[in-house]
Write a protein that binds this ligand. Sequence first.
Ligand code: ATP
Length: 801
Amino acid sequence: EANRVIAEANQKSSKKRIAVMTSGGDSPGMCAAVRAVVRAGIYFDCEVFGCYEGYSGLVQGGDLLKPLVWEDVRGWLSLGGTLIGTARCQEFRERAGRLQGAKNMVLRGIDALIVCGGDGSLTGADLFRSEWPSLLDELVESGELTSEQVAPYRTLTIVGMVGSIDNDMAMTDNTIGAYSSLERICEMVDYIDTTAASHSRAFVVEVMGRHCGWLAIMAGVCCGADYVFVPEQPPSAANWREEMKKVCLRHRERGRRKTTVIVAEGAIDDELNPITSEQVKDSLVELGLDTRVTTLGHVQRGGTAVAFDRLLATMQGVEAVKAVLESTPDTPSPMIGIQENKVVHIPLVEAVKQTKAVAAAIERKDFEAAFKLRDAVFQETWGDFAALSTSDDAAGAVPVDKRLNIAVVHVGAPTAALNAATRAAILYLLSRGHTPYGIENGFSGLIRHGAISKLTWLDVVEWHNVGGSFLGTNRSLPSTDVGTVAFYMQKFNIQGLLIIGGFEAYHALHELKQSRERYPIFNMPLVCLPSTVSNNVPGTEYSLGCDTCLNVLVTYCDAVKQSASASRRRVFVVEVQGGNCGYVASYIGLATGALAVYRPEDNITLKSVREDLKLLEKSFEDDQGEDRSGKMVIRNENASSIYTTQLIADILREEAHGKFESRTAIPGHVQQGRIPSSMDRCYAARFAIKACKFLEENNEQINHSIKLWESEGFGSNETDLGRSDTQLKFVYKHGKKYPVPELDNAKLLGIHGTKVIFEDVDELWEHNTNVESRTGLDVHWDQMNVVNDILSGRLMLRKNE
Ligand code: ATP
């Protein structure tokens, strides 16, 4: 009878009812995902239920399946783990458990389920959906429910989100929690590094990943490890010990004082024998190294989510609700994923199938297939790690006549990723037999002091985890004295230049290309690798160093919010960097749950400030004196020349008429500091290597042209050069001048999702650059503001007016 009353009451509500659960192993960002589902659900006029303790909540029902309201999830963005609990539920693996789950859902009028978990959880969800009609029939047949009761719920909608620290799900570039986990690993290995170097010790660090080596290989790159063991690329059972020892010994002989080997917990050899941390340790001891093992364990799951995971979880949570509302009985269950930086719907069954195929391929020793089933970034990173660490330079080097002199320069304000990117470039170049040069203190260092010198392996090998710029950086441009820049390039026979930095680096590239007529030395391949906290370089969605800045801000804003919440009736106006680009402000607004975001892309008006005030008043009212999350608004430093950070804070305080007060908080240059984040370290390595490959490939083209010229019997003397068409460009090789017909080799390395596009600097300058505001013309971060407006309650307020 009680069931009937509940069911009837529920059926009177016409609102869509969605249950959200977290299941399987927890991962940082799950709370953010639940928050997004709850709030977006409410915004889109649904009722949302929290299904506590994973599938146990469905099976047991009762208080484990209860409605969640807007305020329930306040402050959840900043929290680690999952507040609705997660569990491994044996009962749900049995039909009887699923039958009970179906009954509990129908009784509450729920016929949509959003599951955030790993492949096991999503498999369970899909099975539940496929069985749903038969489960309902069985419930009716057994008399547990009536056919009238089940009639409105004949179709179950399932939407999956992947919460997993392993990043092991196929068809999505990232899973919620993977970068947070990698961040924890990097922090821990950094700690281990300092003591390892002090005692000249070796450390074997075991990281999570039973079937997936993503954490291990990424950690290998991020932490400058000497060797890595992952399940997808098992080494030979016969000689893995010798191979590893050879590499570690080589690094010691070059002068490295510490040795780091990363072992995935599922590491195996090619005969499927486990490779354990203890075995690795024993081999290193044979080298005479004082070796310790550290198993990181659950530290890797702990802590709060990094900025990226907050963004990912939030965007995907909102999309999951939309997917529920768009779903039809014929739509295959979607999994919300991310591909090329875009949130996408992926057929859940297909993704789970592909994911399971990796483990199966490993089991049948088809390692090539297992490796190929991993995404392109994984595969590329494996190759990058080889170049940075394990490759034997003598074997990897190009023939002598193809070896190049390549210079690296930092331009603009510092970011945390400059050293990591430079390290990767130099190590890659050395592994290929080239000679790398570092220019110190930017173009002015070169112009005033001729500060350019060779860099060695030992110079840079420990630069992976240090912020700032060892080379030195400043905003000076080549135009300060372009002739002197050309002089030094010629003097040192430089054949390729890697410019790392922000808008000024891009500007410098443009200037050098413009100077080619006067100084043909600049016809060498030139590439700009964007690195700026503001992410304002045209032609790229991402700039190195920006992620570290976002993480600094997330930590800062969490602290500010905590202070605001402790004082109960206070709002903070936080001013963030970004120049005239609102990317950082938008991102951080979303990642910290700011109530308002002021960006240069929008006009601040009295009307908009009044609207924010109203939202703040409502938010304080709803809290009823229990502000658990802290109120904050974000203002980009250049959002308005009139509405300064102080003025906005003053207006809010004045207009609140004592209901709440305000403070400003300006983190300033800490945003450019700190050690690089795990994402910045991974990207720094990947993109620096890509930039170097660009320089190599374009030199190959030049070599080809020179060969053609020489095959016609011409050389590099004045008479021969005089025969060349005046339209031809000149290049230098080993100090000699040659004509080449065409050059398309001054590019910006643009990062678009996981892809890289090299864009011609003149094209970009002409068609996609606002030189005055030092920004690009594309605004690719607008969607973040829309989502934040949904989740902050702003759009709800407008809707209700
Ligand atoms: P992680 O990646 O952290 O291991 P996961 O989601 O893969 O996460 P599992 O333990 O495999 O973790 O699954 C979590 C829960 O999902 C199980 O305890 C069970 O309740 C349910 N589940 C998993 N596989 C199935 C299945 N084949 N049928 C029904 N339910 C399942």
